[in-house]
Design a binder for this molecule. Structure first.
Ligand code: PMP
Length: 319
């Protein structure tokens, strides 16, 4: 992966290679950090890079930081200002992925969440598809269990809990699957390693509830809205058994990286007739138009990086 040219680090835009940390950094040693993943979508017709729902991502980011007892003196708007400056410095004219990170930056030994100083950073890289299976992914149920609210709260995007996701993803890929679904401690469906999950059965869409050991996904919220308001499809947020997934007519994963990824096989069973289903296809088309700023009534969800009028964040020259 080509590295970024710049990063937002210690309140400035700096050359990426100058954003360095010490080996004893708390967040690196103990997973005491939180992150956000956003996407920028290039629209060649308008010459614009649209960041999708940045304020929603930054709100969850700041809430994840609060779970870690971090006291941050920044708002969602401050983060968007910094991100806009960073993306302009990078001068990206292609689809990209943006990583916001907050971590305890102290170089100390000692596991805790108090008496430490958080640091915020941003970086962006060109990015294409995350799960490159247009005709449907093959997913499996992981033998790992999802972390739960009384272990590491999965509703926040806490760096340490991504070791759980990494176990899940690697075991699935090394066994020949594209992704895994994970059960929560109650034995019901939670989510994928880095995606929320939806099933369609008998014309009704269902997805696990926010209390089911899942991340409060921005794409999940978007999809629930689009299903109800645009496609007129009923959506239930409720516990889902493993056997319901095996009987689903359609199955898809949602996430900033995964976008809307159809799964057409689960544990060597066909989902529906094995082709990507009509609700999934309709959502993919609508979502694809919305994120590039092509649907007027959803333009508020897109932040145009080059058109935006925000003050620039101080920048140091690239070496
Ligand atoms: N669940 C997990 C565990 C994730 O890491 C992600 C990716 N952020 C998602 C769900 C999807 O969330 P979002 O739509 O906000 O990207």
């Amino acid at each position: 992966m080509p590295l970024p040219r710049f990063a937002y680090f210690r309140k400035q835009i700096v050359p990426y290679q100058d954003a360095r940390l010490g080996l004893l950094t708390h967040g690196l040693n103990y997973g005491t950090g939180a992150f956000a993943g956003l996407r920028g979508y290039w629209n060649a017709d308008d010459g614009e890079l649209n960041v999708f729902r940045p304020l929603d991502h930054f709100r969850r980011f700041l809430e994840s930081a609060r779970l870690l007892r971090m006291q941050l003196a920044v708002t969602e708007a401050d983060l968007l200002e910094a991100l806009t400056s960073l993306l302009r410095a990078e001068d990206l004219h292609t689809d990209c992925y943006i990583r916001a990170l907050v971590f305890y930056g102290d170089e100390v030994i000692g596991i805790r969440l108090h008496g430490l100083t958080p640091e915020v950073s941003l970086a962006a890289v060109p990015f294409g598809r995350y799960i490159a299976k247009a005709d449907g992914a093959h997913v499996t149920f992981s033998s790992w269990c999802r972390v739960d609210d009384n272990v590491i709260p999965p509703r926040g995007k806490i760096t340490g809990s991504y070791a759980n996701s990494a176990f899940i993803k690697s075991d699935a890929e090394l066994a020949g699957f594209d992704e895994a679904l994970v059960l929560n401690r109650a034995g019901q469906l939670s989510e994928g390693s880095a995606e929320n999950v939806f099933i369609v059965r008998h014309g009704v869409v269902a997805t696990p509830p926010l209390t089911g050991s899942i991340l409060e996904g921005v794409t999940r919220k978007t999809i629930i809205h689009l299903l109800r308001a645009e496609l007129g499809v009923p959506v239930e947020e409720r516990p889902i058994d493993r056997s319901e997934v095996y009987l689903a007519d359609e199955l898809f994963l949602t996430g900033t990286a995964a976008e809307i990824t159809a799964a057409n096989r689960v544990d060597h069973r066909s989902v529906g007739n094995g082709a990507v289903g009509p609700i999934t296809t309709a959502l993919q088309q609508l979502f694809g138009d919305i994120v590039r700023g092509r649907v007027e009534r959803y333009c508020d969800w897109c932040h145009g990086v080059y058109a935006a009028t925000v003050p620039a964040v101080r920048q140091t020259a690239v070496a």
